[in-house]
Design a protein around this ligand. Structure first.
Ligand SMILES: Cc1cc2nc3c(=O)[nH]c(=O)nc-3n(C[C@H](O)[C@H](O)[C@H](O)COP(=O)(O)OP(=O)(O)OC[C@H]3O[C@@H](n4cnc5c(N)ncnc54)[C@H](O)[C@@H]3O)c2cc1C
Length: 436
């Protein structure tokens, strides 16, 4: 094939390894195309748009109602209590951002956005077996400047008289920078802001990714009526949430037939279902109530007014499959959540289950930690994936990091080099121990 002709044909991997199609035209081109318009896509767009022409950035989102996206189905809580310094720093920056949301995301002279942030503590409990781990995490958190304190069972009972401290030897409590907010309002505020700046938002399914000379050169977008549009780009950001590995595969990442070992390594991110239960406690608990993390990972916190709470469990491994239907598994409540919270907070021995919902974690099966950075071979493809249940709280800091990786070559405000894709290729997990 002569060279000119070779160049004119772009190969697109269509999500199925080995299945390729070709085309030679593109209707428009952008500096950055972002695949996925959830919180990571919108936050990345914001920080990029602060530094380059906003109209040179394009978000591609298949569902502007976000019916299955992780972001609106999350419980919108933020904490500093992680085991890895970078995670603590990501959340501390994001906490500042969310508390000052009006400054960051106000649009012109409209009313400032309000994400209904409620300051509140996380309280992690530990038995004798978990005590050393809690102390280790506490030390890392203090070293990073996080406002946390250790409590013995006596102090715990004094602060939270409703708690049963049986089996507890130590607790760790966030003193500042923790709380919860409305995820939908946060996403809406980001989206409104980036649209007002001039970022383009294309509704359609990202159906193929063209790779040319080890670079993403364009993407194919299939609209609702079946039309296909080809959009050129200098950089491509994977912000596909639970479906991020499908976007990666479209660029050949994880293709088992590829000759290059690095290209054969798949992005280890899967949709893992998590169920949230809304309950009413008949006894009025008037004292302060934190986000309580029981020793088995079950969480419980107040939601809204009166005695309404939400809770969820760490899904047992044998039930934790990829791609389950988004329907609530009530047996998780009966067999795991309720026994756990009723033991820890006896007021919950009788309660009313009011409603429930299910959503997908963007679950990193390697080490339950974010994958942020460039792909080692396809160098203009940037990952913002795999947050495994702590993504929404880190989204402002991750958006800033993505903008730095795209425009400066690396994330320099917070060193995220340990979060790079290389650890996936080398099979070296970088484990976050505090996963809820
Ligand atoms: C029950 C539950 C509770 C949670 N609680 C918390 C919490 O308390 N704190 C916290 O920090 N995090 C929490 N999370 C995690 C958090 O919600 C996620 O980490 C975060 O929202 C991920 O954002 P995202 O933008 O990457 O993904 P998403 O919000 O899923 O966005 C990805 C977008 O990509 C789009 N997309 C995918 N493929 C394509 C394609 N081919 N073409 C076009 N568009 C595409 C999807 O439609 C979607 O809108 C929770 C999650 C769940 C499910």
């Amino acid at each position: 094939m002569n060279l000119v002709l070779k160049k004119a044909i772009r190969l697109i991997v269509c999500g199925v390894p080995g299945r390729q199609c070709s085309y030679s035209t593109r209707s428009r081109g952008y500096e950055v195309v972002i695949g996925g318009g959830g919180i990571m896509g919108c936050s990345s767009a914001l920080f990029l748009a602060q530094r380059v022409q906003p109209s040179s950035i394009c978000i591609v989102e298949r569902d502007p109602k976000y019916q299955q996206a992780s972001t609106p189905l999350s419980v919108g809580s933020i904490r500093q209590q992680f085991s890895i310094p970078a995670n603590i720093q990501l959340s501390m920056y994001s906490s500042e951002f969310i508390r000052n949301i009006a400054t960051h995301l106000q649009v012109d002279d409209n009313d400032p956005p309000d994400v209904q942030f409620i300051p509140g503590s996380y309280v992690f409990l530990a038995t004798a077996e978990g005590e050393d781990g809690l102390r280790d995490n506490f030390k890392v958190q203090k070293d990073q400047g996080a406002a946390v304190e250790l409590m013995n069972p006596h102090q715990l009972k004094e602060k939270y008289p409703w708690i049963n401290t049986e089996g507890i030897v130590l607790a760790c409590r966030g003193v500042r920078n923790e709380g919860w907010f409305d995820p939908w309002l946060l996403l809406s505020a980001f989206k409104k802001k980036v649209l007002s700046m001039g970022v383009h938002y294309v509704t359609g399914e990202l159906s193929a990714v063209a790779v040319e000379d080890k670079r993403v050169s364009s993407v194919e977008v299939t609209t609702e009526n079946g039309n296909k549009e080809h959009i050129g780009c200098d950089h491509f950001v994977n912000a596909g949430g639970p479906w991020a590995s499908q976007l990666a595969l479209m660029a050949g990442i994880g293709d088992p037939t590829h000759s290059n070992k690095v290209m054969r390594a798949p992005l280890p991110v899967k949709p893992r279902r998590r169920c949230v239960f809304v309950i009413k406690c008949p006894d009025l608990i008037t004292e302060e109530f934190p986000m309580l993390i029981n020793i088995d990972g079950t969480y419980l916190r107040k939601e809204g007014v009166q005695n309404t709470f939400i809770c969820g469990v760490r899904t047992p491994e044998h039930l934790d499959h990829d791609d389950l239907e988004l329907e609530v598994d009530y047996s998780l409540f009966d067999e795991y959540a309720w026994p756990s919270i009723a033991h820890r907070v006896p007021a919950f021995e009788s309660l009313k289950l009011q409603s429930a919902w299910a959503g997908y974690y963007d679950y990193n099966t390697l080490d339950q930690n974010a994958i942020i950075g460039r792909h080692p071979v396809i160098n203009n493809l940037v990952f913002a994936n795999g947050f495994s249940g702590h993504g929404i709280q880190q989204s402002p800091a991750v958006g800033r990091a993505v903008s730095e990786i795209v425009l400066d070559g690396c994330s320099h405000s917070i060193d995220l080099s340990r979060f790079s894709f290389e650890r996936v290729v080398n099979g070296q997990p970088y484990k976050e121990k505090n996963i809820v």
